[in-house]
Design a protein around this ligand. Sequence first.
Ligand SMILES: [Zn+2]
Length: 390
Amino acid sequence: MEDIRFLLDLISVRTECTTKEGYEEAASLIKEKLSDMGLSVEIYDGEEVVKDGKPRPNVVAKLDLKADKTILLNAHYDVVPAGKGWSKDPFKPVIEENVVYGRGASDDKSGITAIIWAINELGEKAKRNVILAFTCDEEVGGRAGLGYLMREVGIRADEALIVDGGFDAIYVGASGIVAGKIGVKGVQGHAGYPHLAKNPIYPLAKAIVKLEEYTRLREKKLSKLKSPPGSPHPYVWGRFSITVLRAGEKSNVIPGEAEATFDLRLIPEEDVDEAIEDLKNYLTEVSSEIGWKVELLKYEGGGNYYTEITHPFVVGFSKAVERVIGKRLEYAAELGGNDGRYTKEKNIPTLVFGPIARDSRFHGVDEFVRIKDVRMVKEVILRYLKEEAI
Ligand SMILES: [Zn+2]
């Protein structure tokens, strides 16, 4: 139960990605455990990329086992805020019937626990050297976390396992996001004198109706990679949603501009610039149909990636999974994004696998993890490190 004791201690440290208050405490708890295991540990503070004065400690330890290749094992210690409506205290974890309840129980403190205990049981010999990286800020994009380690500190490995996901498939890729704004410009004026103004709200509304059709066009963009089990399409598909509308401030003023914010989800193999070009062309068509200029005001995004399923890392890891759970899992890509973007950005083959069950209410109320799942993931990591690939 020492592993679960550690998980409980880690959950008790409030590491909400919004306030970042418990970051240093969590990092030193992890550092202490790794030091007790005889590892030398470095802390890299990613604060310098965000410059807000709040420490972003990332805990790194290296294990040289005289192997030819090195694997990076990563999990994140930040959590999303608890929110309201819990039946238990989210930061006073409890165990009930072999299930641990608490914020971060599954996402992703169970991942940290599984990695540490695998290393704890590894012994002197393995087929991979190991770099452990326990990072912050994954829930807010990871720039000061794994992003910092890969881009600024320059950590490198031959393969990367991001232990921040489920075990219903082996995740070899992720959808990225493009977020942006679409706008229509009019002429601001007194609502009593509408003939002297040009109201941009009506054309924006028309454009939005057309953009609902665009959602269906995006749906036709299909990945060669499978969707997570339970998805409405068998393969990962392009998505487009209007998520925020903004226009006007006062009832008697016709606004000068109207804006809609969108969230466009890429498929793992899609080129961001091409996706943007496609959207721009669509907006040009919409503009001529409705007789108003509908502009793409700004956008940013990316983070989609995939690793070829024929890569020896994918094949070898998949065998380790099969040996532990007794069946072959399919390869799939996640519908969201994850920190694997930063390792893949440096051309490191990347996989995501972890103890987060589909029903574990991660990001929700009464989040939990099953103890057996934490130990299964530990076993998979151990098995992969111990046995020859392929
Ligand atoms: Zn996570």
